[in-house]
Design a protein around this ligand. Structure first.
Ligand code: HEC
Length: 116
């Protein structure tokens, strides 16, 4: 059999990739990295500006996960969230829910003092 340089390269690429896979699951930043996709609307670390859309920081983990599942299935109506929810696996949603649940909710802001 003729030695194929390309095949040898392909094989070594495959083997060098293999050890990277388990470490991906152990990445302690995985939840935050996934949750960063939500920051634009739900605020940095899950505290949205003025609470619109609702803040996610410090919310119950399983409730957040279930809400995402309900967006996925269409059980819960949405304007945009069903599209976001569909992009994630259950494992990713668990990581995202755990991340937001662990964030500190920002103190509620009092309305600006009225001046008469
Ligand atoms: C483009 C803006 C946008 C992005 C990005 C976004 N959301 Fe939302 N989110 C909304 C809006 C708007 C609602 C209100 C429901 C609706 O109309 O879709 C909402 C509602 C929710 C709710 C329900 C909150 C409640 O108390 O009713 C959860 C949970 C949620 N989003 C989680 C997430 C997660 C997790 C991500 C990231 C994967 C994310 N969202 C990304 C805009 C966004």
């Amino acid at each position: 059999m003729k030695f194929s340089f390309a095949r040898a390269l392909g094989l070594s690429a495959l083997f060098s990739l293999a050890p990277a896979l388990p470490s991906l699951a152990q990445d302690s930043n995985a939840g935050r990295n996934l949750a960063a996709n939500c920051f634009t609307c739900h605020g940095t670390n899950g505290n949205s500006a003025g609470g619109v859309p609702p803040s996610l920081a410090g919310r119950d983990r399983s409730e957040l996960f279930q809400t995402m599942k309900d967006f996925q299935s269409g059980k819960r109506p949405a304007t945009i969230m069903h599209q976001h929810a569909k992009g994630y696996t259950d494992q990713q949603l668990q990581l995202i829910a755990a991340y937001f649940a662990a964030q500190k909710p920002a103190p509620a802001r009092l309305p600006a003092k009225a001046s008469y």
